[in-house]
Write a protein that binds this ligand. Structure first.
Ligand SMILES: *Cc1c(COP(=O)(O)O)cnc(C)c1O
Length: 221
């Protein structure tokens, strides 16, 4: 078994049945991705549009491509035909553009709203108050070709587990409130995307059901 497959096997032991593993393949080669695909991994995450489209073109078409980076409006059109899930949606502007491109491609695009839970200013995402305002926005309510499937977040890059847990709890709290208020009986609103290589075990304990792992699968970037 290849090193990559062994890593995935080790990780899977720790994931419960209902937790999805996203292999974050940014900066990794086509060959690395193909090898990972051959171990049965179908979900891959990229954070650059150009890199993603190049990989999409050369790899098997049943791969589920996830976009996890900061997305610019003028680039949505390149991924709209095939993207499986966009995790990193952080403004009404980008939601409108995704909706527009979804219409052009005659499809509904699944997205997650990124919540700013970490302390770093550099991290993107809606604040708590912004996200609740969004749900009351009339333009937002009229976007029919996007489907909000849950929330995504990135905790502060720290070894202090208390801080990380606190931030994960903010995400699950906001998720619960939104679910109760806006997604009653809507089973598609169910994704909590948080946890990376350094904190995914804490994330699982906190209720994540989609972990995004790069270095623990492929080794250091
Ligand atoms: C790079 C990246 C990951 C994976 O990071 P690792 O530490 O390599 O597991 C997860 N999520 C996002 C948004 C990323 O940019």
């Amino acid at each position: 078994m290849s090193e990559i497959c062994k890593n995935i096997e080790k990780i899977k032991v720790k994931l419960h049945d209902n937790i999805k593993l996203l292999a974050v393949s940014k900066t990794k080669s086509i060959d690395d991705i193909l090898e990972t695909y051959k171990c049965g991994q179908l979900d891959f995450g990229e954070n650059k549009v150009q890199e993603l489209t190049t990989k999409y073109e050369s790899l098997p078409k049943n791969i589920h491509w996830h976009f996890i980076g900061h997305l610019q409006s003028n680039k949505v059109k390149y991924i709209a035909p095939f993207i499986y899930l966009i995790h990193s949606v952080d403004s009404l502007k980008i939601l409108k553009e995704i909706n527009k491109q979804a219409i052009k491609n005659n499809r509904i695009i699944d997205v997650l709203l990124q919540l700013h839970i970490g302390q770093e200013e550099s991290k993107f995402g809606f604040s708590n108050s912004e996200i609740f305002l969004l749900f009351e926005n009339e333009q937002f309510k009229n976007l029919k070709n996007i489907r909000i499937c849950g929330l995504m977040g990135m905790a502060t890059n720290t070894s202090d587990e208390k801080i990380i847990l606190q931030e994960f709890n903010v995400l699950t709290d906001v998720f619960k409130i939104l679910q109760t208020k806006y997604f009653k009986n809507k089973s598609f609103f169910q994704i909590k995307s948080f946890g990376m290589s350094n904190d995914y075990e804490l994330a699982i304990d906190s209720g994540s059901n989609l972990v995004r792992l790069g270095s623990s699968i492929f080794g250091k970037r």
